[in-house]
Design a binder for this molecule. Sequence first.
Ligand code: SIN
Length: 304
Amino acid sequence: MSISTKPRTFEFVTPAARLHVGPRAVGSSARFQPARFAVEPLGPCLGAIVSELDLSQPCDPSLIREIDHALLEYKVLFFRNQRITADHQRSFAGHWGEFEVHPFLPKGGNAAVTRFEKSDKVAGTENVWHSDVSFYERPLLGSVLHAIDIPEGAGDTLWTDMATAYDLLPDDVKELIGGRTATHDWAHNYGVSMGQTRFAAERDRYPIRHHPIVRTHPQTGRPILYVNELFVTEIDGMSALESASLLTYLIAQARVPEYQIRWRWKTGDVAFWDNRATQHYACSDYWPQRRVMERVGIIGDVPS
Ligand code: SIN
């Protein structure tokens, strides 16, 4: 039996949103299989479960190289059932660089740990697609997130692959956004409940940033669509109307299910994601149950 190279299909672009309906060729044929641990891919374009690794144990340089290779290939790595402390989490993350100290979110046992502690009194508000702290001059290379207390049957996190999202943009959109920058800011979210004096001090420390809409991954060289709904406020150098409509279109790319994976947490799970190439969304469907996560962020480079 011969297999046709092009599937018989009825493809079109939705008139209002300009979203492609039909096949999305997201698959990667190269799948790295490390020597020191096992990986089980979770989806065609991102995500893998890593087994046979205990993150409470020291990692030697060759193991770190293999984990880094897996991170670049799969973009989000999951380690199940880890018995780790915040110190273990920090020493693991520290192999990739300097820790962030988040200026606005609550801390865990020490300043390098950001604690997301949700309950009947504190609702989860991480349910918007974002890459962590893109308003920094040097946003995070990656984040290591540890599940401390997980609600029954809820509180999943989703990740989306922004390298594939870029690859599958139409050529005219790639041409339009090439060489342009977008404004990244925190004032409309973390700034809303701040007094004027603190706001002025934080504004000095964290000014508005302009990052390329398409950044090049510093290790893989792949172009990445680098705008997110949480922190990007406008496309630079366009009228407000043009900027809003282009931004709405670009932000919608993160919501395409073919680029995504979804993780159902169990207490003790750890996720390590490449924050340069992905965005994530924490489902806020568990209130009034408790959900506690601790994150260590690793400072990355200036997007270019
Ligand atoms: C985050 O946005 O970094 C937290 C994700 C989560 O709590 O699942």
